[in-house]
Design a protein around this ligand. Structure first.
Ligand code: 5AD
Length: 350
């Protein structure tokens, strides 16, 4: 093992925190043995809090229409080759109905920032879901909105909100986004969601263009401070119709290393083994679970639109990624020492 890593791991275990420079050291000095030890500690902490349960979320991709123009994203506004779609409320309810039968007790409504989904329309949809399946959690992942909008959606019954911060460095943020998008507004949204009583998820891509070890250390310091209930991290994967088409993808190894570190920083955090991780490697999700993740989010969207929600090239949506295939997913989770459970899977914050 890289000399110097062991004391860093011990300190992280004890204090759930490191100075920025030490995160940088731990990241720059990444080696196999350190990764193995971090994963072992991360899995031990996960077991203490959640046992061997893996929570599943039914992901319903409600619209790929987006007003934003993020440089990395395949559904960015200026991608004219993207075939746009929007699900109707009755299509969304049909997805939830099927998902309930498959054992899902959390529905994630995810989409681009599509103005059709006004507060009024979303609130009536959320109320309908909560009325029909009162034992289910509703998670929203619909981008930046006003405090008042977040408040209305919460009042209608939304339980959780996922909004990746993308990067905790304002300078890095500016290189991944067009000038009209603001780092401050993104952070404002996360604070608003927290204040309103949502279970809040932040997150970032690993290996995104221009990302440095110092940027990643900032992400980890942000996670220490914000203590998210959920944290979505996955490798950046280029999309052929974006300005980053020729940039290299992130790796399974760096993603898993960060998953383990984040588990050590916030032991009860809900950590998904993301679709992007499953896309860059056939055993990516299993590797994520073995690094300390405890959530998977199979695709519950209508099969006819799945290929259109293409955030990056070759995004997987079949096999274990398909909600209809819970048994294949469970087989994979068992191979990683875990078991899928039918449960809302709320965070066990301590
Ligand atoms: N590669 C990996 N992840 C991506 N996302 C968007 N584009 C890509 C890409 N090219 C992630 C972003 C966003 C979430 C919906 O998907 O982090 O927040």
């Amino acid at each position: 093992m890289n000399e110097g890593n062991l004391p860093l791991i011990r300190r992280l275990e004890e204090e759930h925190s490191l100075p920025s420079e030490d995160y940088e050291r731990l990241l720059a000095g990444r080696d196999e043995e350190t990764a193995r030890l971090l994963a072992e500690q991360a899995v031990r902490l996960r077991q203490e809090i959640y046992g061997n349960s893996v929570y599943i979320r039914g992901l319903i991709e409600i619209s790929n229409i987006c007003r934003n123009d993020c440089l990395y994203c395949g559904i960015r506004r200026s991608n004219t080759r993207c075939r746009r779609y929007r699900l109707t409320p009755s299509q969304i309810l049909a997805c939830a109905e099927e998902g309930y039968g498959l054992g899902f007790r959390t529905f994630v409504l995810q989409g681009g920032e599509d103005a059709w989904f006004t507060d009024t329309r979303l609130c009536s949809l959320i109320r309908e879901i909560k009325a029909r399946w009162p034992d289910c959690a509703v998670t929203l992942s619909l981008g930046e909105r006003s405090f008042e909008s977040f408040r209305r959606l919460k009042e209608a019954g939304a339980d959780r909100y996922l909004l990746r911060h993308e990067t905790a460095s304002p300078e890095h943020y500016a290189r991944l986004h067009p000038p009209e998008m603001s780092f401050e507004n993104r952070m404002r949204c996360l604070e608003d969601l927290r204040e309103l009583g949502y279970q809040v998820g932040c997150g970032f891509m690993t290996g995104s263009p221009f990302q440095t070890v110092a940027n990643l250390a900032e992400d980890l310091k942000f996670i220490e401070r914000f203590r998210p209930d959920m944290c979505g991290i996955g490798p950046f994967i280029p999309h052929r119709d974006t300005p980053f088409r020729n940039e290299p993808a992130g790796t399974v190894d760096l993603t898993c290393y960060l998953l383990s570190i984040i588990r050590l920083i916030v032991p009860p955090v809900l950590l998904p083994a993301t679709t992007a991780l499953g896309t860059i490697h056939p055993l990516g999700r299993e590797r994520g679970i073995q690094a300390g993740a405890n959530v998977v989010m199979p695709n519950l969207s209508p099969v006819s639109v799945r290929k259109k929600y293409e955030l990056y090239d070759n995004k997987i949506c079949t096999g274990a990624e398909s909600a209809q295939n819970v048994s294949d997913l469970n087989r994979r989770m068992r191979s990683a020492g875990c078991e899928i459970v039918t449960d809302r899977g709320d965070v066990k914050m301590v």
